[in-house]
Design a protein around this ligand. Sequence first.
Ligand code: XIL
Length: 349
Amino acid sequence: GASAPGLGALFGGDFKVGTALSNNTLQAQNPGLEALVAREFSAITAENAMKWEEVHPQADVWDWQRADHFVDFGQRHKMYTIGHTLVWHSQMPESVFVDGHGRLRKRSDIEQTMESHIAALAGRYRGKIQAWDVVNEAVTDDGQWRKSHWYNTLGENYFSRAFHLAREVDPNAELLYNDYNMTIPAKRDFALEQIVKFRKQGMPVHGVGMQAHVHLSEPAIAKIEASIEAIAAAGLDVHITELDVDVLPQAYDYMGAEISTNFAYSEKLNPFPEKLPEKIVDELAARYESLFKLFLKHRDKVRRVTLWGTTDAESWKNDWPVVGRTNYPLIFDRDGEPKKAYYAVAGLK
Ligand code: XIL
């Protein structure tokens, strides 16, 4: 079994260790997994349940069941509970932007929809959510605004508008900007520049979430450290929001495009269907150890480390960036047993 106090308690209350709760877990109300989460973690994020298309699939349709269960779980276990996410380009009903005739809606209608969405969602859980990922993935890897429907219709002010609205609706929640590949200097620097600019104009913001969907050796620890330092230097808290370590050959980029032709097809697709070779099990443990060592070294800046799921069985990395890969990115195995990676992290205490 895992260590007695669990990871959340192990490092102390000011350094949260979190996980994401999948829809399956929230729907099936999986008692075994919930007990494991309650014991091991001090923070939770809903992997999908609060995303627009899940919770608000049509203009007048809200589906609160999983989100309510999630927030209730956080309350019962006194966990740092993160709302994910208010404004994002993905997992969005297209009908928010486009009418029944395929025409882009009016700017004022889209703005109104954003306002009422934030009011209803953040309002329902006011006082029960410790932090909101207010805006998710607004910046491209080359350091520009992502040309999403949000940006294309409302311009860059959609970003600050979302933070102002979240503040009005739930004044005590910490407000975060969340993105992946935040170790790419162009991307990170652009995001920080914009946040600092808006903050000078009065936008409320507390921190930046680095998603941290990483690989066994990339990005290098030094690059991650540089971004932790850059975010803190801008006066913002660092949250590691979606940590997992992809152990499979890096044959695809984030969107599923092939980036390497150095692997045989079967090897690219699913090289370890039954079991991860012991050598890689050890590499994974070493990677987790060096990541957590870094986060703990900067615990004055890093408020929280959240893993993107609890067991390998439920990880999105089995299907991303291409479906049908058996992946081993987390610290509990498919049966919910702690892996070497778990003990490597726990051993840092
Ligand atoms: C992922 C979920 O894990 C998957 O189940 C879903 O199919 C797609 O989204 N960045 C984010 C997360 O902010 O919301 C994403 O979660 C992973 C990338």
